[in-house]
Design a binder for this molecule. Structure first.
Ligand code: ASP
Ligand code: MG
Length: 421
């Protein structure tokens, strides 16, 4: 008899019907003889609605209070789910993140888990109960304030608990059947992957694939915890994420195409091409806690000895970055700043790139044949990313997906729920 951790996302518990359906699934898992721990997200778009509400009363709500507000979303769904399971004749007990022993640092809105001490969960399991835990939240070790782990953080709660409880598997339930070769909302013929390595999944999550929270995959890799991503609306086998290699299966060269519309691009125009200027610019950005992604420095024009430096960053950090750069303008002596938030990033990911030449050329020509201009490029060993105009993201994703023969013969991607918000 093993411990199974199951995580249900917001679209799986969007209303009373959904909660009852999920409760039945959990009861079935328990009746098969497993110890069951469930991590649950807030119902439907609750988190977005709470954020909207906070912004109506204050343009810049304090992090401590915003976290307190947002964690209420998961508390609603955990209690309702425990009631629904109780109604099926089984003992279920709900716990907040803090009660479940999820200890974090104090960074409100993006707290990191530093320890998990699930004593109360173990007690509940020992008593034969099903434990329901509110996802996405914890308690700060120093301040004892309630924290949240960042959007989509319930996945991370689930994997962290699974590791701490030495679970056999962490099942992540959402509104699609697994990890697809592209977002099925853009590419209807996207194909479901049966297996993906941690390394590829890390790149996909980092490049905007929303199916799993990035930190959840990092955690799973560190603790070697297999994840099974699947739908709560069907009984189909989903996608397994692990380092286990099935020798009988041919390893795909390309794992998939990911896209991200959450970034912006800043160009610092006319930077004097001298030692130390780039350092000065990026030190100022670092001091303002701005996270950078791609960076490109042009070759300076021989006549002027001036160069342009462009970089991408989360749109949410845009204001802070512009303010930091404006403050050092007199000191650096650059000419001007350009800010563009109408961009999107398309990434092609696959461990097979290491040993297959020609992938880059094929990717770029697919994008060109869709009439899309490439603004920036970056690569890793197993990934190629390009920045394009935001309006052309869908076209570029579809073109790359077809060029690498990723399209399924028949439509297998079903989006069962969710608003995609
Ligand atoms: N409810 C939170 C969110 O919408 C956490 C989660 O769903 O994982 O971001
Ligand atoms: Mg959610």
């Amino acid at each position: 008899m093993g411990v199974v951790v199951q995580k249900y996302g917001g679209s799986s518990v969007a209303d009373a019907e959904g909660i009852k359906r999920v409760a039945q699934r959990i009861a079935d898992t328990k009746r098969r003889g497993n110890d069951v721990v469930v991590v649950v997200s807030a119902m439907g778009d609750t988190t977005d609605e709470l954020i909207d509400l906070a912004e109506q009363v204050s343009p810049l709500p304090a992090g401590r209070e915003l976290d307190m507000l947002l964690t209420a979303g998961e508390r609603i769904s955990m209690a309702l789910l425990a009631m629904a399971i109780g109604n099926l004749g089984l003992d279920a007990r709900s716990f907040t993140g803090s009660q479940a022993g999820v200890i974090t640092d104090g960074a409100h809105g993006k707290a990191k888990i530093i320890d998990v001490t699930p004593g109360r969960i173990e007690q509940a399991l020992a008593a034969g109960a099903i434990a329901i835990v509110a996802g996405f939240q914890g308690v700060s070790q120093d301040t004892k304030d309630i924290t949240t782990l960042g959007r989509g953080g319930s996945d991370t709660t689930a994997v962290a608990l699974a590791a701490a409880l030495h679970a056999d598997v962490c099942e992540i339930y959402s509104d699609v059947d697994g990890v697809f070769t592209a977002d099925p909302r853009i590419v209807a013929t996207a194909r479901k992957r049966d297996h993906i390595s941690y390394e590829e999944m890390l790149e996909m999550a980092a490049c905007g694939a929303k199916i799993l929270h990035l930190r959840c995959v990092e955690y799973a890799r560190r603790y070697d915890m297999p994840i099974h991503v699947r739908s709560s609306f069907s009984q189909k086998n989903g996608t397994w994420i692990s380092d286990e290699k099935d020798e009988s299966m041919e390893q795909a060269i390309i794992a998939g195409v990911a896209h991200d519309r959450s970034e912006a691009k800043i160009t610092v125009v006319g930077v004097p091409d001298k030692v130390g200027e780039a350092a000065r610019i990026f030190e100022a950005l670092a001091a303002s806690q701005v996270n950078l992604d791609m960076i490109v420095q042009n070759v300076s024009a021989a006549a002027t000895s001036l160069t342009d430096i462009s970089f991408t960053l989360p749109r949410a950090d845009g204001q802070a970055a512009v303010a930091a750069l404006t403050a050092i303008k007199p000191e650096v002596g650059y000419a001007s700043l350009m800010y563009d938030d109408q961009i999107g990033k398309i990434s092609l990911i696959g461990a097979g790139m290491r040993s297959h030449p020609g992938i880059t050329a094929k990717f770029f020509s697919a994008i060109a044949s869709a009439g899309v201009n490439i603004e920036m490029i970056s690569t890793s060993e197993i990934r190629i990313s390009v920045i394009v105009n935001e309006a052309q993201v869908d076209d570029a994703v579809m073109a790359a997906h077809s060029a690498f023969d990723l399209d399924a013969d028949e439509v297998e991607a079903v989006v069962y729920g969710g608003t995609g918000r």
